[in-house]
Write a protein that binds this ligand. Structure first.
Ligand code: NDP
Length: 476
């Protein structure tokens, strides 16, 4: 597949390519151009040329084009899901869910087309003032490989509907679905240059976009360390930034929780997308009084999960997306075993079946009685390993849960209203779930506190991240 610049499918200036490999089989899926700084500049120029035209049509006209794209995406959902599974590894059902998520997010922003406008404000002793909202200009995004379609929609949805033009740098492991979605947007009538996709490394293409003086805003999702680098570079040009970084979400299970529901929540919350979700359940705190029963039920649920190629209908969990993550998870679990930092109840190995022999598979793993100093609780574990800690009561659970540098999501499982209120008030996170975990929706703000990032995506307020506000004072 080629890059998409100014409505054309193009190769890189260097003429070089890199391979996209299926993480379940090691097979070559496709190859894409290895973009250079020049390619990034060409994409920025294309976005610049397209800006006046796109900004001058009405938001409703822009929504009309995006709506057409949503229709095509839904028609081609099955084919897009197969592509996503082949490059990312997730089970087909999850891939379909993500493609539907892409469509739903764009649809949501189309629905906001009539909602953003300035205000008319009486000013005492002066007369009146009015405000005008204008697009920023050229915006860029750098995205990761765990949810490439959904995260693309979170970035382009608010940016395009509010009249900005865009350059997207996909993750180097998963650019194919992003490229195909961009070609669908062109087919739906998006003018050339409004959305450009440049494939290539973060260090080269990503940094060029962040440094470009023409790019007014950067939206980044990925690792906290990379986010800090992006913020440093963006500060030079005083650009707006949104940073969606990692998380180490706690799940708190109280003694009055409906344990069957909490078990299902933990299974989905931890093992969906092979544990590679920023808001996955990464640390679980359960009251001592129900811990034995809960752990038994959880173990049974985990043993029932079928690991395999996401293309096979009976796979509940696919492989990790890439060798780096696979190596990290294997080493982490080996380290925990060696230091005796917890008891592995189930999992902890690379599956032995021949169907898993060529991919980055790892068994869904449950580790209980994890020591407080373990890396399992200190680091963001981006894979299928669930550490469980027993706690005496809610105060201890909240204290442990907040003992992290992250603050993306947190969930509390209880039927007691006092517990629920206390959890919602005292847990440090951008999003709190009550008797559920993981669900995100374009209708509500999403983002973290502390090292989990800056700014919010989704919800009506996300449009202001892509709009400039001008005030006009009138003396009448
Ligand atoms: P990275 O931060 O390494 O990569 C994310 C994106 O940044 C990729 O497109 C990457 O390009 C690019 N990039 C890498 N280096 C630079 C740089 N110097 N300048 C600009 N861009 C750069 O994260 P991963 O892709 O490895 O994702 C895993 C991590 O991201 C996990 O820790 C996870 O928690 C976090 N994450 C957070 C999410 C959230 O919403 N909070 C969502 C998803 C993941 P390339 O692919 O070419 O390296």
């Amino acid at each position: 597949m080629k890059m998409q610049i100014n409505g054309n499918a193009v190769e890189a200036c260097s003429g070089e390519f890199f391979n996209i490999v299926n993480p379940a089989t090691g097979e070559l899926v496709d190859r894409v151009p290895k973009g250079t700084e020049n390619d990034a500049s060409m994409a920025v120029e294309a976005a610049s040329s397209a800006f006046n035209g796109w900004a001058s049509i009405s938001p409703q006209q822009r929504a009309g084009i995006l709506y057409r794209a949503v229709g095509i995406v839904r028609q081609r959902k099955d084919e897009l899901a197969v592509l996503l599974t082949r490059e990312q590894g997730k089970p087909l059902a999850e891939a379909k869910n993500e493609i539907e998520g892409f469509a739903h997010v764009l649809e949501y922003y189309c629905g906001l087309a009539s909602s953003f406008h300035g205000d008319f404000v009486p000013v005492p002793q002066n007369g009146y003032a009015f405000t005008v909202k204008k697009p920023l200009g050229i915006c860029a995004a750098i995205i990761p490989w765990n949810m490439p379609a959904l995260i693309m929609a979170w970035k382009i949805g608010p940016a395009l509907i509010s009249g900005n033009t865009f350059v997207l740098k996909p993750a180097s492991n998963t650019p194919l679905t992003n490229l195909t979605l961009a070609s669908i947007l062109s087919e739906a009538g998006l003018p050339p240059g409004v959305l450009n996709i440049v494939t290539g490394s973060g260090e080269v293409v990503g940094e060029s976009l962040v440094k470009s003086s023409k790019v007014k805003k950067i939206s980044f999702t990925g690792e906290a360390r990379t986010g800090k680098r992006v913020a440093e570079l963006a500060a030079g040009g005083m650009k707006r930034v949104t940073l969606e970084l990692g998380g180490s979400d706690p799940m708190l299970v109280c003694d009055d929780a409906k344990l069957e529901d909490a078990v299902l929540g933990a299974l989905r919350g931890r093992f969906y997308n092979c544990g590679q979700t920023c808001t996955a359940v990464k640390r679980l705190f359960v009251f001592e009084s129900v811990a034995e029963e809960f752990i038994k039920k959880l173990e049974a649920g985990i043993r029932n999960l079928r690991v395999g190629n996401g293309m096979h209908e009976n796979s509940d969990m696919g492989p990790l997306n890439n060798r780096r993550q696979w190596k990290y998870i294997r080493e982490l679990v080996a380290d925990v075993e060696e230091k005796d930092e917890g008891r592995i109840v189930t999992g902890g190995r690379v599956p032995e079946s021949s169907a898993c022999s060529k991919g980055y598979f790892f068994e869904p793993t449950l580790v209980v009685d994890v020591l407080r100093e373990s890396r399992l609780l200190k680091e963001e574990v981006f894979g299928p390993v669930l550490p469980v800690v027993r706690v005496k009561n809610l105060d201890e659970a909240i204290e442990e849960a907040n003992n992290t540098c992250y603050g993306l999501g947190a969930s509390i499982w209880t039927k007691n209203l006092d517990n629920a209120r206390k959890g919602c008030e005292q847990l440090n996170a951008g999003i709190i779930w009550l008797n559920q975990h993981l669900k995100v929706a374009p209708e509500v703000p999403f983002g973290g506190t502390r090292q989990s990032g800056i700014g919010r995506e989704n919800g009506p307020d996300s449009l202001s991240e892509y709009l400039d506000l001008k005030t006009v004072m009138l003396k009448i």
